[in-house]
Design a protein around this ligand. Structure first.
Ligand SMILES: Nc1ncnc2c1ncn2[C@@H]1O[C@H](COP(=O)(O)OP(=O)(O)OP(=O)(O)O)[C@@H](O)[C@H]1O
Length: 209
């Protein structure tokens, strides 16, 4: 298993956010995208997931261009964006069930509640999302990971934001298990995080702040 980017270029209006960008990630490895606000981290994550097309270059999964092998790539991928896609009017467990179904992995109420309980949300499973704190909403979004252990590529945009120390620790342990099992992680964060990866790479976008 391998994710590669070759000569990627991303433009926003007149601005070139990055160009000639190469990277390669193997099983068990983690890549942190760093850089100041607006340097292009989210833009690169979305490009690596195939959600936006690069102006130049290509992204390869197991040696194949992700545009031409979309279905195979999507079935290997979990992408969690920065702003948790949580619907206020749905209960916490319904939100998780909905996002799992959209990702092609339906779960029933018991499975959704079990995943939320593992993230310390046992008392909140039946609350509408509008009644959840920011950190609790983030936990609901992150619960998807515990239902997607078999998907090798996790792409997480600021997963640690809004989490308290215990939740950061729990997420690190989930990620460490994923990496130890040969999974891969690409993520952004403005915090210093310690992970147990075979290689923990760092890519700085946009130069120094
Ligand atoms: N759809 C878009 N159209 C035009 N400009 C955009 C678009 N999306 C992002 N940008 C611009 O591209 C730049 C990079 O945005 P991006 O969200 O990738 O940065 P980031 O490094 O993730 O920032 P942050 O640390 O604040 O999350 C910003 O200047 C942003 O305004």
């Amino acid at each position: 298993m391998k994710l590669e980017a070759r000569s990627l270029e991303c433009r926003r209006g007149d601005r070139v956010l990055f160009s000639g960008l190469d990277l390669a990630l193997d099983a068990g490895e983690a890549l942190r995208l760093a850089g100041r606000n607006g340097s292009g981290k989210t833009s690169l994550l979305r490009m690596l997931c195939g959600l936006t097309q690069p102006e130049q270059g290509e992204v390869l999964w197991c040696g194949q261009n992700i545009r031409r092998h979309r279905e195979e790539f999507n079935s290997a991928l979990v992408y969690l964006g920065h702003a948790a896609a949580i619907k206020d009017e749905l209960l916490a467990w319904e939100n998780l069930a909905m996002s799992a179904a959209i990702a092609g992995r339906p779960v029933d109420e018991d499975q959704a509640c079990g995943a939320l309980e593992r993230l310390g949300l046992g008392a909140a499973v039946d609350l509408p999302a509008r009644a959840l704190s920011q950190g609790q909403r983030k936990r609901v979004a992150l619960a998807r990971l515990t239902l997607a252990q078999d998907r090798p590529l996790w792409v997480l945009d600021e997963p640690f934001t809004a989490l308290d120390a215990a939740a950061v620790q729990a997420l690190c342990e989930t990620v460490d298990r994923h990496l130890a099992a040969g999974g891969m992680l690409i993520y952004t964060t403005h915090q210093e995080i310690s992970l147990q990866a075979r290689r923990h790479l760092r890519l700085e976008l946009g130069g120094a702040a």
